[in-house]
Design a protein around this ligand. Structure first.
Ligand code: NDP
Length: 274
């Protein structure tokens, strides 16, 4: 029987993870199935137990369960413990191991796929929610010159920065606090685009040749990337590559083989554009 994997979420029908993992499995000749599981908002733990009892080997976790998944694990990787959130579960020997591959996926997309090394760069991270929290340690591990976090609620950015004070000094505040400063990379980890809101980006935030990166993706240009381009960002990229790379990292955790992501990203991009 094929090894079983799934993604838990609510909602989850829109998830592209089954398509991505099916392509990885074919490419790497791995015998597995990967489905979506709609977990009740008050029944995530039960849904996981049911899946494990039915022989599930591993799972991804998406909104809104990443923090609950973290609490459910018997063991956490360092990066999951740092993020306080889990997107990758592995089930073996009656124990649940948790990992977080989102930040690694982000970094790999920027550095390997976009060819934009982060060492020595000035990075501005927008947002202080779960996605931002998962990105901080992996970004710091790249050795940037500075990492700054701007959030609508400045206090929340300050609290987030404080959690990583043992790794590096991270500047934090609200958007206006960064007026007059320029950055080589500006990463949107907010959900502002979901409501069509534009961000109060500080003037001059985009240095010449800078990269604007939106964790959001979809058909056409995202509102953040349109705003960034108008304000002089040199390059723009959406988060589809991050999605594929975090999936590849999860596949590596489960199957001990790293799939080629370029053909999968191209297939997904074509699907979205169609
Ligand atoms: P959270 O709900 O945890 O955090 C949302 C963040 O957005 C908060 O910092 C919030 O600010 C900010 N925000 C929301 N609305 C506005 C607004 N109108 N103006 C300014 N700031 C706003 O969400 P997540 O961190 O989980 O997700 C953030 C985004 O990242 C989502 O769009 C998600 O789809 C994307 N993502 C993409 C991934 C990928 O693989 N490409 C993986 C994971 C996430 P405040 O604190 O002030 O409320």
């Amino acid at each position: 029987m094929s090894d079983r994997y799934c993604v838990f979420g609510n909602p989850v029908a829109h998830s592209k993870s089954p398509a991505i993992h099916a392509l990885f499995a074919t490419q790497c000749r791995q015998d597995l199935t990967y489905d979506t599981v709609l977990a009740p908002l008050d029944g995530f733990a039960g849904a996981v137990q049911e899946f494990v009892a039915a022989g599930g080997r591993g799972a991804n976790v998406t909104l809104p369960f990443k923090e609950e998944a973290c609490a459910l694990c018997d063991r956490l990787s360092d990066r999951a413990a740092r993020a306080g959130a889990v997107n990758t579960l592995s089930f073996a020997g009656g124990a649940i191991a948790g990992d977080n591959t989102d930040g690694a996926g982000l970094v790999r997309d920027i550095e390997a796929n976009l060819g934009f090394p982060l060492a020595g760069r000035r990075i501005l991270l927008l947002g202080a929610g779960g996605a931002a929290r998962g990105a901080v340690a992996p970004l710091l591990a790249c050795g940037p010159q500075t990492l700054a976090i701007a959030n609508r609620t400045g206090d929340k950015a300050a609290r987030l920065a404080a959690q990583f004070a043992d790794l590096a000094a991270v500047d934090a505040g609200n958007y206006a606090d960064f007026a007059g400063r320029s950055f080589d990379v500006v990463i949107n980890a907010t959900s502002a685009s979901l409501s069509g809101a534009t961000l109060p980006l500080p003037d001059g935030a985009f240095a010449p040749g800078s990269l604007a990166y939106d964790m959001m993706y979809g058909r056409g240009e995202t509102p953040f990337l349109a705003q960034a381009r108008a304000r002089g960002a040199g390059r723009c990229a959406d988060g589809l590559g991050m999605l594929v790379e975090q999936a590849a990292e999860a596949f590596l955790v489960w199957r001990d083989v790293r799939p080629e992501t370029a053909p999968v990203l191209a297939a997904l991009r074509a699907q979205i554009a169609a």
